[in-house]
Each structure stands twice: as structure tokens, then as C-alpha cells.
Design a protein around this ligand. Structure first.
Ligand SMILES: [Ca+2]
Length: 396
């Protein structure tokens, strides 16, 4: 079996011209030796005004990443860890640009609005992702790739509506894959993550890891990391894979010997299915059940304490006042999931392990339910029927 090339090199032009690419790399590396030499002078003289007088947090975007001391220290560590040429890494970092809109997009609305909480609303969230245009695009995508979706279900146990739901919510079936250079987004989040974020340190470390993997993959495959475009978070392709997800879970599902999540819907379908299986998808298990409330014995605080993590058997849940409809025989743990409805009373679903698995793709119960519902709507539209998606239930 040929080893798929884990390449981000999305540009077919560059891919088909290896000699040209090679000579370009030579030019870049030659040019960068000068930058490297300048840095060496910096390090020995200790006289760099830039590096010594500008703490990174205060200088977001003020100095290029190629000249930032914090970025240089990071670069040296990455070079040592993986045996990558520091000159090559420096050349890539020198191309990275600060994107001022990215930290803004990464800051939770509660902080930017200076309010303690924002009223979340399941209905309005759902309507952002489920409309007739997206459903129509989903029907076309499903029809075009029906055999591939079937093969993915057979191999990975993940049914077509879930894969179709994910790719629809993420990119409208490839129509909106993001137009920011991944190198810029990841460098901005790795070195200028908004410090107002409640988990800034943790998130910044996460994005440094993603940038590291992104550059490592480009180095190994000989591709140009300034080429791939993606979301403001650095997610790429039809299913919006982050670099570490691409490395771990993307598969070559059309058998052409390389993984291309930008241009190969089959690779995207197989990779989404493989990601789901790796994150605990249970073939044949429903995503959620409707709850039947018993107000006399209802212990909402205990049921909601583990949040979306499945923690109760059906019998335990029933004892706490929630009977999962038609699911008392359910084999596995369940979670009572609360969905806000703006200023109205919240509603609830009983999520299974599979509901939880969808949230491993994007950590939000609203996201998971929208993915599920879109898949159901597209499935119904393919057969010309109205979708029979059940709705979350309020406490009577
Ligand atoms: Ca492929």
C-alpha cells in the first residue's frame, strides 16, 4: 500500500512542478541565510533594540514574527525537537503576518461586550446553519458522493447524515473553506493570542502546537507553508481539519496516494469518518433521545453537573426524574443536555456517546445538534419528504 503523502500543498501548479518548487526553495533558503546571519549578530551583541525593549504582548503586530525574540526562542526549540533546519524555519516565520482580526474573533463575546453572559438561543443558532440553500447543497453533495459515503459507513461505521452534516456546517460543502493564510492565522494565535481570554495561556500553547505541526508537515513534504488557506483558527479543507488532526486522522480515501482535504471530497469524507471512529463513535447508536420529565423526582442539579459528558445509565437517569423516551434498554451512558432559548425557558435532550463524539469535533452541544439536524434535513430532502427531526423538550 503506498504511503499517502501528508501534504498541505494545495496548489496543483506547485505540486506538478517539483523541479520548479525545488529551485524556489533554494532561492528562499539562500535569501534567508542573510536573515539568519543578522539574528546571529543580534544574539551575540545583545544590542537588538527590537528584541530587548518590546515584550511580545505589548507589540502585537508591531514587529514581524521573523524578528520577535519569543518567536525565535520557540523556533529554536521546534528545530531541535524535530531536526528541522532553523534557517528554513526562520524563512517561513519571516513570511508570517500578524492578522489583527484574528485575536478579535478568538475573544469570547462575553468579554468584548463587557457583559457577564450572553443569552444563547438554540433556535437562532440552528437557523444559521440549517436553511434551504445549505440543504440543497447537501443533497447535491450526497448524490454526487453517495458511493463514497456508503463505503465510509461500511469501513468506519459512521452514517452518511453525520458526515454530510459536518461538511455542511463546516464549509457548506467546500464553498467556504476560509481565505486566510494558515501560516498567518496560526502565527498570530501562537504569539499574539488575546490575553483577555479566560484560558489564554492554554489556548496559546495549543496554537503553538498547531503551528509546530503545520511547519513540520510542510518541512517533511517539501511543500510551501505560505500556500494553504483556511479559517481564522487555521482549520483547513472541506472538513476544516487543524494540522494535528490532519496528521493523526486524515486518510487517503480516493486511493491516489496522497491526502488532499481541499480538493478531494472523498479524502474529506473518509477523514471525517475516521476522526469520528477514533473519538468513540458507536455504529448503530442514536445521537440523542427525547427526555420525559418526572417533576416529582427531578434532580436537575445532579443531572446537569457532568455537563455533556455521558455519566448516567438509563436507570440512573430515570431515578433522577428523566426517562429517555423509548431508550430504557439503551446500552451505555447518557447525559442530560440543556439548550438555552434566549430569554425563554431552556429545553433538553438526552445525549448518547455519539452526541458526545460530535462535540469532539467542535466543543459545543449546539454545534452537535445542528450537525445532526442538518444531516437529517438533507436526508429527508433527498427523498422529497419533510424532515422528521425531533425537537428538544422543555420541562413541563
Ligand atoms: Ca487522496
Amino acid at each position: 500500500m503506498p504511503l499517502p503523502l501528508p501534504s498541505y500543498l494545495a496548489s496543483p501548479a506547485l505540486r506538478s512542478l517539483p523541479l520548479f518548487t525545488q529551485s524556489l526553495r533554494t532561492i528562499v533558503v539562500t535569501a534567508v541565510v542573510c536573515v539568519g546571519a543578522t539574528l546571529a549578530v543580534w544574539a551575540t551583541s545583545g544590542a537588538s533594540a527590537h528584541a530587548q525593549t518590546t515584550p511580545p504582548s505589548a507589540s502585537a503586530g508591531q514587529y514581524p514574527y521573523g524578528q520577535r525574540l519569543d518567536a525565535q526562542q520557540w523556533l529554536q526549540a521546534v528545530a531541535q525537537r524535530h531536526g528541522i533546519s532553523p534557517v528554513w524555519l526562520q524563512a517561513q516565520l519571516a513570511q508570517a503576518r500578524f492578522l489583527p482580526q484574528v485575536p478579535r474573533l478568538m475573544t469570547p463575546p462575553a468579554i468584548t461586550n463587557n457583559t457577564t453572559s450572553t443569552a444563547r438561543d438554540w433556535r437562532s443558532y440552528r437557523s444559521r446553519f440549517i436553511d434551504s440553500t445549505r440543504i440543497r447543497a447537501g443533497v447535491q453533495f450526497w448524490n454526487r458522493h453517495a458511493a463514497t459515503l456508503q463505503r465510509a459507513e461500511k469501513i468506519y461505521g459512521v452514517p452518511a447524515p453525520i458526515i454530510v452534516g459536518i461538511i455542511g456546517v463546516e464549509t457548506v460543502y467546500g464553498q467556504q473553506m476560509g481565505n486566510l493564510r494558515v501560516l498567518d492565522s496560526l502565527a498570530t494565535l501562537a504569539f499574539d493570542f488575546p490575553q483577555a481570554h479566560p484560558r489564554a495561556e492554554q489556548r496559546q500553547a495549543y496554537f503553538q502546537g498547531e503551528l509546530e505541526q503545520f511547519l513540520l508537515t510542510a518541512w517533511k513534504s517539501g511543500s510551501d507553508p505560505s500556500q494553504p488557506k483556511g479559517s481564522y483558527a487555521g482549520a483547513m479543507g472541506l472538513g476544516q481539519f487543524m494540522p494535528t488532526s490532519w496528521e493523526r486522522w486524515a486518510v487517503d480515501f480516493d486511493g491516489d496516494g496522497r491526502i488532499d482535504l481541499f480538493n478531494s471530497p472523498a479524502d474529506a469524507i473518509g477523514s471525517v469518518a475516521n476522526y469520528f471512529r477514533a473519538h468513540g463513535w458507536q455504529a448503530g447508536q442514536p445521537v440523542w433521545y427525547a427526555p420525559l420529565f418526572n417533576p416529582q423526582s427531578l434532580d436537575l442539579a445532579t443531572l446537569l453537573a457532568p455537563d455533556i459528558l455521558p455519566s448516567f445509565s438509563a436507570a440512573q437517569m430515570a431515578a433522577l426524574g428523566v426517562i429517555p423516551k423509548d431508550a430504557m434498554q439503551h446500552d451505555g451512558l447518557l447525559a442530560l443536555v440543556e439548550l438555552q432559548n434566549g430569554s425563554a425557558a431552556p429545553s433538553y435532550i438526552v445525549g448518547t456517546q455519539n452526541f458526545y463524539t460530535i462535540t469532539r469535533y467542535n466543543w459545543s452541544s449546539y454545534y452537535a445538534l445542528a450537525v445532526h439536524d442538518l444531516g437529517q434535513e438533507v436526508a429527508a430532502a433527498r427523498h422529497g419528504t419533510a424532515a422528521a427531526t425531533a425537537q428538544p423538550v422543555g420541562i413541563p
